[in-house]
Design a protein around this ligand. Structure first.
Ligand SMILES: [Ca+2]
Length: 315
């Protein structure tokens, strides 16, 4: 403010001023402001929208490159998702790169208010080849996401990927939150897995989230008896486990022993043991079981035990 310049500010207000501060009383009705929604995401942090998408990591349904009929919604405090309202609504993703190994399992987080609706998984254009049809379950509310997976005809290389909504009754909807395919290199589908640990169990899911940057760790120097447990969700056959310590290169397991179980209570069968490394590949004779328990048999004075990603294979 310049020298010699003053201006009187007159405030007309109603309220009280005391030792608690100033309380201003406002008269009149409440006029709700228009709800301001965050900007629609244009892609996941790992993947730009323009160019190739990697359908073998979770992809947000709203990151499509073309749509017909669908709308986009967001639950309060939640993520955006796509809603199909009637038959032949679709979303299309250009340049979905399934890679050389390809993918043979499709998984999606979906919700619907009616039985009977379906999502057709189509390659090479809206009128292209149907490689699988997902039956959509009825859920209790619009964002009660269910993870559903189905086998699909193997998709290889760079393709145009389309989801066509089908058999939606009038007034009903199908909500699609995210989707992914599972690489067809013998790895088991992790969609239904539940993982836990006897140390820092709350972070166990970070070992199966498709993100090599995040991890489960013991949050304390690794010691004999630390356990990481995988519930495959159903009895399956497998013969290889790969533990990836990612950038936590000093946190590989100094020693491990693998047990499997059908009920998650009794682990009668020890199937493999040894010393770990940054990427620990454990192979054994084919096992058919539902639960896998990985027990730390070594210890370190300083370093945690970390798993950035764990996968199980049947080759
Ligand atoms: Ca991770």
């Amino acid at each position: 403010m310049g020298e010699g310049y003053t201006k009187e500010l007159v405030v007309d207000w109603s309220g009280t001023a005391d030792s608690n501060g100033i309380v201003v009383e406002i008269e009149g009705g409440f006029t709700p402001r228009e709800r301001i929604l965050p900007e629609r995401p244009t892609g996941s942090p790992d993947r730009p929208t323009v160019g190739k998408i990697d359908p073998c990591i979770y992809v947000e349904a709203t990151s499509y490159s073309e749509k017909a009929g669908v709308s986009e919604c967001m639950g309060i405090g939640q993520d955006w998702y796509v809603t199909g309202h009637q038959d032949d609504n679709y979303i299309l993703f250009e340049n979905a790169d399934f890679g050389e190994n390809g993918a043979a399992v499709f998984a999606a987080k979906i919700a619907s208010n009616a039985e009977g609706a379906q999502i057709e998984v189509v390659l090479d254009g809206v009128g292209g080849t149907i490689i699988g049809t997902l039956d959509v379950p009825k859920t209790s509310y619009t964002t009660e996401w269910q993870l559903v997976s189905i086998p699909v005809e193997k998709a290889v290389g760079e393709r145009t990927l389309v989801f066509r909504f089908k058999n939606i009754l009038e007034g009903c909807y199908v909500n699609l939150h995210t989707f992914r395919f599972v690489v067809d290199d013998g790895r088991l589908d992790r969609s239904k897995w539940v993982v836990s640990a006897n140390a820092n169990s709350g972070d166990a899911h970070l070992a199966i989230n498709d993100n090599l940057e995040t991890r489960w760790c013991t949050k304390a120097p690794q010691s004999a008896g630390n356990q990481f447990i995988i519930d495959l969700g159903a009895v399956q056959t497998f013969n290889t486990i790969v533990l990836d310590a990612g950038k936590s290169r000093n946190d590989y397991p100094r020693g491990y022993r693998i047990h499997v179980s059908e009920n998650g209570v009794d682990y009668p069968i020890g199937i493999a043991w040894g010393a770990g490394e940054v990427i620990t590949t454990i192979t054994f004779a084919p096992q058919t079981a539902r639960f896998i328990r990985i027990t730390q048999t070594g210890s370190d004075e300083k370093f945690f035990w970390s798993i950035h990603e764990v996968n199980v294979f049947y080759h």
